[in-house]
Design a protein around this ligand. Structure first.
Ligand SMILES: [Zn+2]
Length: 424
């Protein structure tokens, strides 16, 4: 088993070691993925909610040739061996120098140690215990076993956590046996303890928190840099709190600040007034939409009258047949209804070709053919479906089918009204 150097020194960035084992994990299209075991390692494997390290293993041959092997993932197996995933093989027995991606590790330690601190403050201030933790690519979350958290309580917790960061309290590690850990749990000094037997690794934030953990941590709270709570949401087991620490907090604040500055610029107002500005715009938009609706109704009424006047009655029928490339479907439907309702002996056969063509058929109340049935029959003949009620129907067609459908409907309407007229 590899000696885990990060347990005793979380700030160790490079180390010397030797390859003790290698196995081929997979092979696709000639590319093998290898897993390398080392005598000792500073690489942290994914575990306990903290993602693995990245880095490089370097081997130097006797002739002085240097082979650099990037480590793309690190895992531990059930026996406790640490496996370094690589895309190049390394012979067992090879002396290597390991170097971890320090920026990534420090970021993980800041988020992870920040979680210890935040969980401790949530318990102390709101009696809200942490049930799980996740360290993500951009944000981290903890799930708390509570029903809800008030906004002002979140701000208070954030303020206290940042106070503890500023106090730069020592973060220390000590190993105890199971019975001692049980005793600490019983007195309430220890916040959480895993099931397993044997030596228990305890992480202590001076006068603040004691917790069992196998992860990597900062040496003092100041190194966390700062903590920003980003949001809360209800989840099955309670409340999920999203937070970021260190440079992630700066990056998140910078991102939000850029968005706010851009919004303020678009609104031509100071940043602080953006919420009021948006409220005003929304109110204006609502009033504008209401006014627009009213004007469309009025326009459709006048438009209907004009179309009726333009179209003569031939053989007891005023057939208004029009295609509107620049009118939306809702307006064309409204216009057809108004036209059919305003004058007798009238059929509106209108199409909106603003988007995909929509054909609307409406008839005045004194005519007695079934518009829905005519539409259905005409559409069926060109392999489409549609229909409607007795006085209003609609059907969607492709642009090349439009003329065919309009012609078929006009003929059907003439035929239906001629039969009725004869009957009368
Ligand atoms: Zn930890």
């Amino acid at each position: 088993m590899a000696e885990r150097l990060y347990h005793s020194d979380s700030h160790l960035q490079s180390f010397s070691s030797r390859v003790t084992d290698i196995r081929e994990l997979s092979r696709t299209e000639g590319q093998s993925v290898w897993q390398v075991a080392l005598e000792r390692t500073a690489f942290y494997p994914t575990s306990g909610g903290q993602p693995h390290d990245l880095g490089v293993l370097t081997a130097t041959s006797r002739s002085g040739a240097v082979l650099e092997v990037p480590v793309v993932a690190v895992e531990e197996d059930e026996q406790g061996e640490v496996w370094h995933q690589t895309l190049k093989p390394l012979l067992t027995g090879t002396e290597v120098k390991g170097e971890i991606d320090w920026g990534r590790r420090l970021d993980h330690m800041q988020q992870h140690s920040g979680q210890h601190l935040l969980s401790a403050v949530f318990v102390r201030e709101l009696q809200a215990p942490t049930v799980s933790f996740h360290l993500g690519e951009t944000v981290s979350t903890i799930d708390l076993a509570v029903d809800a958290i008030a906004h002002h309580s979140l701000e208070r917790v954030e303020r206290i956590a940042n106070g503890l960061i500023a106090e730069n309290r020592a973060v220390t590690v000590r190993n105890v046996d199971r019975s001692e850990a049980d005793a600490l749990l019983a007195t309430g000094e220890l916040r959480k303890l895993p099931e397993r037997q044997g030596t228990i690794r305890l992480i202590e934030i001076s006068d603040c928190d004691l917790n069992a953990c196998g992860g990597t941590h900062v040496l003092s709270t100041g190194e966390i840099g700062g903590l920003l709570i980003r949001g809360v949401e209800r989840v099955r087991q309670g409340v999920r709190v999203e937070f970021v620490c260190g440079l992630r907090a700066v990056a998140a604040a910078r991102h939000d600040f850029s968005a706010l500055t851009r919004s303020a610029s678009l609104l031509s107002m100071p940043r602080a007034e953006v919420p009021e500005g948006i409220e005003r715009l929304l109110a204006e938009a609502k009033a504008g939409a209401k006014e627009l609706h009213k004007l469309r109704e009025e326009l459709a009424t006048y438009h209907a009258v004009r179309l009726a006047v333009e179209e003569p009655i031939i053989a007891h029928l005023r057939l208004v047949r029009r295609t509107f490339p620049d009118r939306d479907e809702e307006y064309v439907k409204l216009l057809a209804s108004r036209l059919a309702a305003s004058v007798p002996q009238t059929v509106a056969l209108l199409a909106s070709t603003h988007l995909e063509p929509l054909v609307v058929l409406a008839r005045s109340g004194d005519l007695d053919f079934h518009a829905g049935n005519l539409m259905k029959e005409a559409l069926t003949r060109i392999g489409l479906r549609g229909g409607g009620s007795a006085d209003l129907a609609q059907g969607r067609v492709s642009q090349p089918q439009l003329a065919t459908l309009m012609e078929a409907l006009a003929a059907a309407v003439r035929s239906a009204t001629a039969q009725t007229a004869e009957h009368v």
